[in-house]
Write a protein that binds this ligand. Sequence first.
Ligand SMILES: [Ca+2]
Ligand SMILES: [Ca+2]
Ligand SMILES: [Ca+2]
Length: 375
Amino acid sequence: MITKTSHPFTARLKLVFGVALSFVLVACAVTPTSTVAPATSASPTIAAPTLASAVAPTKSAGTAIHDIQGAGHISPLAGKTVKGVQGIIIAIRSDGFYMQDPNPDNDEATSEGILVFTITLPKVKIGDLVSVEGDVKEFYPRDIATGDLPITEIIKPTFTVVSSGNKLPDPIIIGTGGRIPPNKVIKSEKGDADQTKFNPKTDGIDFYESLESMLVQVNDAVAVGPTSRFREIPIVGDKGANATYISGRGAMVISAEDYNPERIHLDDVILPTPTVNVGDRFTKPIIGIMDYTFGNYKLQITQRPSFESSGIKPEVTVKQKENQIAVATFNVENFAANGDAQKIKDLAKIIVENLQSPDIIGIEEIQECSARIAG
Ligand SMILES: [Ca+2]
Ligand SMILES: [Ca+2]
Ligand SMILES: [Ca+2]
């Protein structure tokens, strides 16, 4: 599932005593709501090597990755042992590697990539063609009861390196020039808890599942939120051209019918993510692996992104004049009087400096005096 993003500030105007009203909302960097737990520890960092061979290895006689993945969220081979599964290693993490079939089928619905879970750092290199035997598992990052989707893995693997220095498959472009992500629907069948219907052209979670563990690319990405405390960055590609609506401040806006499946999280399992703010623009293509953890599809970057700042700053409202009254609303996000002292100072600063000391302020999310943080 893709979680909502909430705006910490809302504004509402009321005329009081028929007095002319002067009020401008303080908007600030949108903080993406994240329900995720920290990503699993990752041992970075294996950069893409210079690759020698441009010839795709010949098709193996073993089980193909796209036959393991199938066109759906659950592998038709889950629980089975597979042999001779060949793929080129496209990324390495501390507990496994991603490999991708250099001989894809003609079906966009079936992913050509898979995670081989080795538990410890595998002794392989990017560009190795490997042949893997192991058990197919649909792994749920948390518990199935959370509603998480599973990721297809080969566990208990044994593998041999067939050849090295192979050219990596071209990344699948998500966006213009490649596959355009759905931009409204996350899942069209509301009652399909088992995810039996699969519509990768129209449904967000099915679209990303069809790219699971494959090398992907996003061009002209812009950050639609700042880097989170989990080091995740929400982005959209193509400067937002395929997104439904981005606010003037650079944030994605949700509506009842649109929870923005076009938004992609960058994540740091393989390489560290940079610290960015809303509206920052990435100056070279984002390249990485389509992964899934803790309720969201994540793009695990395999190349260090570069970006330029949008220079966004919190707004400052117009000060009310003598014949005006200023009214504001402010979501203080689980404010408790005995909470974090710095937070209290920061909120006071915003009210005085950015909101210019309004005459009336409606506060949202304030706890009773004895409470700390509500659950
Ligand atoms: Ca395929
Ligand atoms: Ca899968
Ligand atoms: Ca949208």
